[in-house]
Design a binder for this molecule. Structure first.
Ligand code: EPZ
Length: 436
């Protein structure tokens, strides 16, 4: 397994472009199952999770038709609509595989998808997904760890659905029900739908394929079902979480970073917190279709703040760990409350190994700022915790060894190379070499 060796204390300086969003691309790929025509997705990030999803789609009879092209452009076409089983050995590696359930069921009248397991940020139920699909008329049983869903008469029917759970809306649950409803007979209204930009991006693709959708991005989405969907050509939205991570990297190293393709419109809660902390974001140009050109610098002294994660447009849970690393160096006490995944604190003990002063009480962590962090060997545990530890390593005195960076490779493309190009000392080595 690879590790990152990081020599801290170097300012980031230069220009970087934000990649396409992993969390948009995964449901967009699943939507390819809704048609027998070719769908082309551009700006797709080259990540382990994406490659896993392409492998899963192939098992479901939907194959990539442009293997010779760059990995950022995926053209897919279904050539065997009879396949409908998403097996455990792929689903267990990526719980987002659940987003093939709705499209497979809607297009083929049948779907067998392994129940996704939990993960280190908490148990990841899918009860809302199943509630929504049952409301569309699906018959759903559990059989030996698989979700087995069927549509009576081969077609789902429109319904009014409340899709909220104890922690608010569900992003992939909304994606599943939205996608399935496009082919249902009649009209579907989803109440308490997720408002995340990734849902808006999915609705854009579905509409380009011929779906009739109103209200995407709001808590109420209305879908008039159609008989069939066609192909489309769609560019994946910019990754707001990668952009927020890069902003934190600039701030924590007291750097000067110009970010291209930055989706500022979907980062208002994040920009609000950065402004309160004392991070300056100058918008240099907003003409780019997907995102702006902006320059990120920070004042020497970082101010402590309060952060509570919420469904969009609130502060995103996927940036909680990265902001915790940043606030370890603020002048005073910050309070971070995690309302989406209350166990999402695997980075806390690892940051403490680097000298951070953190006090966890349930789903809240008090971050007492320190003058500096000290490099140490630390263990990545999930995608965003990995990013948090890398940010801390960039700022820490001395050497940080981040183990198990395969977690990072799921959601950040070539991050070591891209940070090195900005002046960071980040080297990827095999863990056997680093122990030598
Ligand atoms: C998506 O996961 C993202 N993943 C997550 O990003 C992100 O953290 C999350 O949305 C919240 O924004 C992808 O898009 C691939 P949810 P998802 O369903 O859809 C509860 C990352 O690091 N819930 O919106 O699986 C759930 O337990 C990943 O990129 C139910 O109770 O999350 C949580 O408390 C991590 N029942 C809350 O809802 C359900 O059926 C929000 O979860 C589904 C969810």
């Amino acid at each position: 397994m690879d590790v990152f060796l990081i020599e801290g204390g170097r300012r980031l300086d230069g220009r970087i472009r934000v990649n396409g969003a992993k969390n948009a691309a995964l449901p967009l790929l699943a939507a390819c199952l809704l048609t027998d025509e070719r769908v082309t997705l551009r700006e797709v990030p080259d990540l382990a999770d994406i490659r896993n999803m392409v492998r899963l789609l192939a098992e479901l009879g939907c194959h990539r038709t442009n293997e010779a092209e760059a990995p950022s452009v995926l053209s897919l076409r279904t050539d065997d609509p009879a396949l409908s089983h998403a097996r455990y050995d792929i689903v267990r590696t990526m719980r987002a595989s659940i987003c093939v359930l709705g499209p497979t069921l809607a297009r083929r009248g049948l779907a067998r998808v392994s129940m996704p397991g939990g993960c280190l940020i908490g148990d990841r139920p899918v009860d809302l997904h199943l509630r929504g699909l049952r409301a569309l008329g699906a018959q759903i049983e559990l059989d030996s760890g698989d979700i087995v869903a069927s549509a009576p008469g081969g077609r789902l029917r429109g319904a009014r659905i409340f899709l909220g759970g104890p922690n608010g809306s569900t992003v992939l649950g909304t994606a599943n029900v939205l996608s399935a409803a496009t082919l249902a007979k009649g009209t579907t209204t989803i109440e308490c739908a997720a408002c995340e930009p990734e849902i808006v991006d999915l609705a854009r693709l579905l509409t380009a394929m011929g779906a009739r959708i109103r209200g995407a991005g709001s808590p109420r989405i209305t879908i008039d079902g159609v008989e069939s969907l066609g192909g489309a050509d769609h560019a994946v939205m910019a990754d707001r979480i990668e952009a927020g991570t890069l902003m934190c990297a600039a701030a924590i190293t007291n750097g000067d970073l110009t970010i291209e393709n930055c989706p500022l419109d979907s980062l208002m809660a994040v920009v609000d917190r950065l402004d309160a902390i004392g991070v300056d974001i100058d918008v240099l140009d907003e003409s780019d279709a997907g995102g702006a050109l902006c320059r990120v610098t920070s004042q020497r002294m970082l101010r402590p703040v309060e952060i509570t994660t919420q469904p969009f447009p609130g502060f995103p849970t996927d940036l909680q760990a990265q902001f915790m690393a940043l606030l370890c160096l603020a002048e005073g006490n910050s309070i971070i409350t995690e309302k989406i995944f209350t166990e999402r604190f695997m980075h806390v003990p690892e940051l403490a190994r680097m000298g951070a002063r953190l006090l966890r009480q349930g789903s809240t962590v008090v971050v007492s700022g320190v003058r500096s962090l000290v490099g140490a060997p630390v263990m990545a545990s999930d995608l965003r915790a990995s990013a948090s530890l890398i940010l801390a390593g960039l700022a820490a005195r001395g050497t940080t060894v981040v183990n198990r960076v395969y977690h990072l490779d799921r959601g950040y493309e070539r991050l070591d190379e891209r940070l090195r190009a900005l002046g960071a000392s980040v080297t990827r080595v095999d863990e056997k070499e680093s122990a030598a």
